[in-house]
Design a protein around this ligand. Structure first.
Ligand code: GLN
Length: 524
């Protein structure tokens, strides 16, 4: 049952084949059995069971609240949750309990979803590996898959397998790992530069970054307000559409959300892609793109072409400035956002209190890691009076150019862009941490960041396994607020590639039955 889609499990709940409490208990026991993944920071066992009980009552009365009623969901630990700790994986917020729920969390609860817990991330979502949070790195469930073990480690070195585990990507790595290891049916992440799509690609799940303004950010602890969006992680495109439908829409508490009424949609099973124009942006052929991903990308383009779609090369000439531009805009917004953590209002407060100044300084030194402090310093520099025009204003102008490139391409008749999501499959942790956070982000956001600059919807669809037996995904980028079209194309593609199910049978603590896989032809 834990592998079922949202609609399947919802039908099972309605028909009484499983109860919300049983589902919740199964998820909780699997979460405990997979603790070594470090996917969850907080397990909200007590409240989850209460919510499941309440849902059970509704089913008994024949009055479930909708498709999400009784369904266990996990939430990234940078969304505020009333009564449950919200840490942002930082010492600054360890032990912090918000008095209110983020709008998206409230919406899930209002629809009867069961909140299992809060998932791990890079501190304040600054990173691309889920390796840089105070609770330690998240391990990619695929590290423990038969597919990876068979291909990656020479049989004679079997004792080294354990130290060969790979990262989840980030910063929503806990959410991606949670969904990929079947401990929840969907999870919320956030996406500012790629933080939902990147871990989704590395963990073999669907990761949707909606259009900026479609889903409320109220209660999502900000990284870069002008780019942050709540992200949706699920095991299939249909599930992403269900969760999107339950979250989207105007929120009076977030003035950047659209006023239009959003209508939830169902995706068709049969799609005719022959009228579509698929754009292949040539600038996404970046140095460092692995040969196997390049091959997969062109194979995917062929798939569309063979189905009658028009596949055209397009150009997004300013995309190559997105990383450097992001560095300025991100750090500037971080510098101002992080000012709220001063030891007075909430979060950590240092004992060094000879003066207010020294208390501020000590609080921030003790509370933030090097990455956060480094970004505050850079951002403060870019915002200095003598630098503001030169860096911040200029970066905003470049951002506009990057966004305009997309507008031109979509105006020329292209419906959806097809690109890789990541440069390669997931790196082993030992390799990944050799570079610093900034270098890693510069590399890992290169294919995802521009969509955030332009506020466009984008989705990772798991596509194939790499030569090492790890997931690789491709990205579709759509027109603003055209999620329905984007997801329809993504679902068509998902159906063609038949991404193989993870085979986790060897892991101790796992319920073996849960991981029984269906055999399917793989795309690679
Ligand atoms: N890697 C990027 C950063 O560190 C993006 C993070 C995100 O999308 N939250 O800022």
């Amino acid at each position: 049952m834990l592998r079922a889609s949202l609609r399947q499990v919802s039908a099972a709940l309605k028909e009484g084949r499983v109860t919300p409490t049983e589902l919740c208990q199964q998820c909780l026991s699997l979460i405990k059995g997979t603790k070594f993944l470090n996917a969850y920071i907080t397990i909200a066992e007590e409240t989850a069971l209460k919510q499941a009980e309440a849902s059970e009552e509704r089913y008994k009365r024949g009055q479930p609240l909708g498709v999400l009623d009784g369904i266990p969901i996990a939430v990234k630990d940078n969304f505020n949750t009333a009564g449950i700790e919200t840490t942002c994986a930082s010492n600054m917020l360890r032990g912090y309990i918000s008095p209110y729920n983020a709008t998206v969390v409230q919406k899930l609860l209002d629809q009867g979803a069961v909140l299992l817990g809060k998932t791990n991330l890079d501190e304040f979502a600054m990173g691309s590996g889920s390796t840089d949070g105070v609770f330690g790195p998240v391990r990619n469930p695929w590290s423990y898959s038969r597919q990876y073990k068979e291909k990656s480690v020479p049989k004679s070195h079997s004792e080294d397998k354990e130290s060969n585990w790979v990262i989840t990507g980030g910063s929503s790595g806990g959410s991606a790992a949670a969904v990929s290891s079947f401990t929840c049916f969907a999870a919320l992440g956030s996406d500012t530069g790629g933080s939902t799509r990147n871990p989704a690609a590395h963990c073999g799940v669907v990761g949707l970054k909606p259009t900026y303004g479609l889903i409320s950010r109220h209660g999502l602890i900000p990284l870069v307000n002008s780019m942050d969006v709540p992200g949706i992680l699920t095991r299939c495109v249909d599930d992403a559409a269900v969760v999107l439908g339950s979250l989207a829409g105007h929120d009076p508490k977030d003035s950047t959300t659209i006023q239009d009424n959003f209508k939830p949609f169902e995706l068709p099973n049969l799609t005719d892609v022959s009228k579509l124009s698929i754009g292949i942006p040539k600038e996404y052929h970046v140095p460092g793109l692995s040969g196997e991903i390049l091959a997969l990308w062109s194979k995917a383009a062929d798939l569309f072409q063979n189905a009658g779609a028009k596949v055209v090369e397009v150009t997004l000439p300013h995309t190559r400035y997105s990383i450097v531009c992001y560095h300025v805009l991100c750090t500037a917004e971080v510098a101002s956002n992080m000012a709220r953590f001063d030891g007075l209002e909430y979060g950590h407060r240092s004992d060094m209190n000879e003066s207010t100044e020294s208390m501020y300084a000590a609080t921030r030194r003790e509370g933030f890691n090097d990455v956060v402090r480094g970004r505050i310093l850079s951002g403060s520099y870019f915002l200095l009076k003598q630098n503001y025009e030169k860096y911040f204003v200029k970066a905003q102008k470049v951002r506009r150019l990057i966004a305009n490139d997309f507008v031109k391409v979509f105006r020329s008749g292209v419906d959806v862009l097809l690109t890789p999501t990541t440069l390669s499959d997931a790196a082993p942790y030992k390799e990944f941490i050799k570079e610093d956070n900034r270098t890693r982000s510069a590399q890992n956001d290169i294919l995802t960041q521009a969509a955030n600059m332009a506020g466009l919807p984008a989705i990772n669809v798991p596509t194939a396994l790499s030569e090492r037996g790890l997931p690789v995904g491709l990205q579709f980028i759509g027109r603003s607020f055209q999620e329905q079209q984007l997801l329809t194309v993504a679902k068509w593609f998902e159906k063609q590639v038949q991404f193989p199910m993870i085979q986790l049978e060897e892991v101790k603590g796992h319920d073996r039955d849960v991981f029984q896989h269906k055999k399917s032809a793989s795309f690679s």
